[in-house]
Design a protein around this ligand. Sequence first.
Ligand SMILES: NC(=O)c1ccc[n+]([C@@H]2O[C@H](COP(=O)([O-])OP(=O)(O)OC[C@H]3O[C@@H](n4cnc5c(N)ncnc54)[C@H](OP(=O)(O)O)[C@@H]3O)[C@@H](O)[C@H]2O)c1
Length: 433
Amino acid sequence: VDKPVIRVGIIGAGFVGSALVQLLIDSSRHTALLDAATGPIELVGVAVRDGAKPRPGVPAGLVTTDAEALSNRQDLDVLVELAGGIEPARTHIESALRHGVSVVTANKALMAESGTALAQLAHEHGADLFYEAAVGGGIPILRALRSSLAGERINRVMGIVNGTTNFILSKMTSEGSDYAVALAEAQALGYAETDPTADVEAYDAAAKVQILSSLAFGTELVGEEISREGITRVRSIDVEFARRAGYVIKLLGVAERVGESGISRRVHPAMVPVEHPLASVHGAMNAVFVEGVRSGPLMWLGQGAGGEPTATAVLGDVLDAVRNRVSGRHDVPFTVDDTLHSVPAGDLSSVFYISIDVLDQPGVLAAVAGVFGSNGVSIQSMEQSGFGDEARLSFLTHLAKTSDVEATVADLARLASVDSIGASIRVIDGGGE
Ligand SMILES: NC(=O)c1ccc[n+]([C@@H]2O[C@H](COP(=O)([O-])OP(=O)(O)OC[C@H]3O[C@@H](n4cnc5c(N)ncnc54)[C@H](OP(=O)(O)O)[C@@H]3O)[C@@H](O)[C@H]2O)c1
């Protein structure tokens, strides 16, 4: 029997969209990909913003500037959203889902903000909503959490989920560069945007943590604020201290259980022991480390960005949606566990690294130590180095409550003898924090 033709529309022909167009029209690959359950796939339109831009590899006859019309086509089977941003992407996705059209997207910002509502809308209209490429680009982590680990109780997910910041921190580690130099290099090589805020202030990683958490634990995707600290305050001297102490500084996205019903979701720089698998994730690579009760530690490593790796993950979703469509079914949304509550980052304990520059005067050490003591933060070790009229003090604390460490730093800043305070960086141990 002849299989019906499956009609696919794409919004966006940038890095990912144009790579997907290539994969879809490359006929040898195309035929090889189609298994018995799918049928011929026809690309019916590619919506962009600028109709005049040259687009090598994208058939001119398919290009349209009317994304609204494409997302409202009744004869579409799958709409792929690769434009990014919240609006008009959300409106286009909603239109398609309301027509019962399945949607594939790589849009982490939108999924973190409206994923629960969009998944519900898809379900109500018998359609799929897939977004494998939204976390870790080409790394197949979402389907692994959702399907392969569906029967596992996951305790913690930790990820290096932003290639830009990992590139910058890797440069600081391997070459001793300052943050500003490493950022400029990342920009020159195209790893960082001209406005790097979304990456370096960890908005991008925070959206990915929300998505990972929703699949690992059943937390909602409703745009909740999560604790977020970027890498702009990490200095080369911190990286150097970490190296001497046997650690590497990484920006970690963490989602973990706290007690029976608590979930902590946060992004912050952390000192990772050199022997931890995440410590060897270099450059723009991404990795997700999962700790399951029975499976033990698991890790996925790969290219978190780039047109082709990301488009490959998108195509996997498209083929899944096609297979579902041909067999007349759709996936149900992930289950929301409404017994869970969010634990504020301040309530958690960790070992911290803190470094401060002080005036080299008598009595300074006693004053500084007094501030730690009065906030209940005890010191595990201290290193002092002098330069000119100043001295730098680097501390490792014992396990301390984050809010107590924050209070310590605030009090230290009020001491006349304290010149400047660097980042407070959590120290991760091999098995837990
Ligand atoms: N790049 C990666 O490696 C990567 C990895 C994982 C996930 N993602 C996600 O994938 C999505 C696409 O990323 P990208 O890097 O491919 O972006 P991009 O290169 O900036 O491309 C965006 C495309 O969308 C089009 N577009 C933007 N607004 C539009 C609108 N209102 N109507 C119609 N078309 C519109 C643009 O048109 P013009 O060409 O006319 O400007 C462009 O073709 C984003 O959600 C991103 O977060 C990207």
